[in-house]
Design a binder for this molecule. Structure first.
Ligand SMILES: Cc1cc2nc3c(=O)[nH]c(=O)nc-3n(C[C@H](O)[C@H](O)[C@H](O)COP(=O)(O)OP(=O)(O)OC[C@H]3O[C@@H](n4cnc5c(N)ncnc54)[C@H](O)[C@@H]3O)c2cc1C
Length: 396
């Protein structure tokens, strides 16, 4: 049989949806697999083998920053306390978004978690915004795959009309956008996150439904990290529920008590492409890379002695790859406190800049339990695991 010139059987698909959007025959659908991840499915009867899907698929192309320059790195923090407190780490993405919007551009980032009105699945998707008040809608890290399929055509139209766009997302999403667009746009600046992998949106949605069932009330908001605690800056869920009288109340769930967080931080249930991520290095497809920097105080104790930097509210690592990235970062001088640092030290302290994540032992069993029993199966696994471990510790 003749070899098909399409993305059928593509290994390590990122789930960006570029192929689905560009197919002239509408022969591609994005289907959800058993782990809740979107994958393209081709209708062989409609496919005319034109190869367009392959042409826009980021898996088949190498994407790099436009006009790259020698990389430079910084430890940075947003000096606006309100913005900083709503951000996952140092609030640099909010500072960049603020300047960009002040200068008349659009910003695109991952929205907060909301049930979709269509099928009541909880959903994270990328949205476009252009008002400073809206920046908070995209602040905070959501440790789940965000859907960019809807915004891709909007981004293309706006860029063609000459609008300026600042995009935030994972490296594979940046590659997806560039591959979808097919050419470099001077009016697009991209900012990616150091990332150790994403779990599919539907799996996360099922986790939230499990939490709702346990609480017997509806969830109205979810935050993945909190800075409200004595030891802030932690991986702790803040769930906001609404009761029968429509009163809202919050509950915190620490990472060690959340089966979702245990899976996520154990690198279990990610997309297949995450375990072979081709962006798990310091060479990125973006103009700027942002990440946490937990080792900042160990690497640069002198910067913390003066009290100018403080780990408790979050610190970001920033790597600039291109001229466009540098120009934007420089525009934020007034809004951030920044120190130039050694890019190699940032690489050494971030495993995700060295190699792809590896899932923990037991992942096959956990995923099988998820497929068979949903989250109650996963919860039970961790409960039994903890009991056994505690018994072993006591008996030693
Ligand atoms: C899935 C994921 C894994 C990560 N893993 C690491 C890691 O291993 N090491 C590390 O140093 N940093 C990691 N980060 C980055 C870190 O959590 C912070 O986002 C980063 O330090 C920037 O912080 P901030 O305070 O500037 O902005 P934040 O308030 O965190 O906002 C960051 C921006 O990221 C966008 N965003 C949020 N969630 C998503 C998502 N699911 N998909 C795409 N874009 C999103 C938002 O639109 C926002 O503009 C990860 C982030 C994500 C989303």
């Amino acid at each position: 049989m003749a070899k098909m010139n399409n993305i059928e059987g593509v290994i390590n698909c990122f789930g960006c949806g570029a192929c689905f959007l560009k197919c002239p025959k509408k022969a591609i659908k994005m289907e959800v697999n058993r782990l809740g991840q979107k994958q393209p499915e081709i209708d062989r009867n409609s496919c005319v083998n034109c190869g367009i899907c392959k042409g826009v698929c980021p898996v088949f192309h190498n994407t790099f920053a436009d006009e790259t320059e020698v990389k430079s790195a910084y430890i940075s923090v947003n000096t606006n306390e309100t913005m900083l407190m709503k951000s996952a780490s140092g609030g640099i993405s909010a500072a960049l978004a603020y300047r960009w919007i002040l200068n008349g551009g659009y910003v695109c980032g991952a929205s907060g978690i909301a049930p979709s009105s269509v099928n009541e699945q909880f959903h994270v998707e990328h949205i476009l915004l252009r008002s400073i008040e809206d920046i908070e809608k995209i602040q905070g890290s959501k440790y789940v795959q965000s859907d960019i399929t809807k915004v891709l055509p909007e981004i293309e139209n706006l860029l063609k009309q000459g609008s300026r766009i600042l995009f935030f997302g994972t490296s594979c999403q940046v590659a997806g956008i560039k591959s979808y667009l097919g050419k470099n746009y001077e009016n697009l600046v991209t900012c990616d996150l150091i990332c150790h992998g994403v779990i599919g949106s539907q799996m996360f949605s099922n986790y939230l439904k499990h939490i709702e069932r346990k609480e017997k009330n509806r969830l109205v908001d979810v935050s993945f990290r909190t800075k409200e605690r004595a030891v802030p800056y932690t991986f702790t869920f803040t769930f906001t529920f609404t009761d029968k009288n429509n009163n809202h109340y919050k509950k915190l769930l620490d990472k060690n008590k959340s089966s979702y967080y245990r899976m996520f931080l154990g690198c279990i249930g990610y997309r297949k492409s995450c375990y072979e991520c081709k962006f798990a290095s310091v060479d990125k497809p973006s103009d700027i890379t942002l990440g946490d920097y937990y080792e900042a105080k160990d690497d640069y104790p002198e910067l913390f002695e003066t009290g100018k930097l403080n780990m408790s509210k979050g610190i970001s690592s920033v790597i600039i790859h291109s001229k466009k990235g540098r120009e934007l970062f420089n525009q934020c001088n007034e809004d951030i406190c920044s120190y130039s640092v050694d890019v190699n030290k940032i690489v050494s302290s971030h495993a995700q800049l060295q190699k792809p994540s590896k899932s923990k032992k037991g992942s096959i069993l956990i995923l099988q339990l998820y497929k068979m029993f949903g989250w109650s199966g996963v919860d039970r696994f961790y409960m039994i695991f903890d009991r056994v471990m505690s018994w072993i510790r006591k008996s030693n």
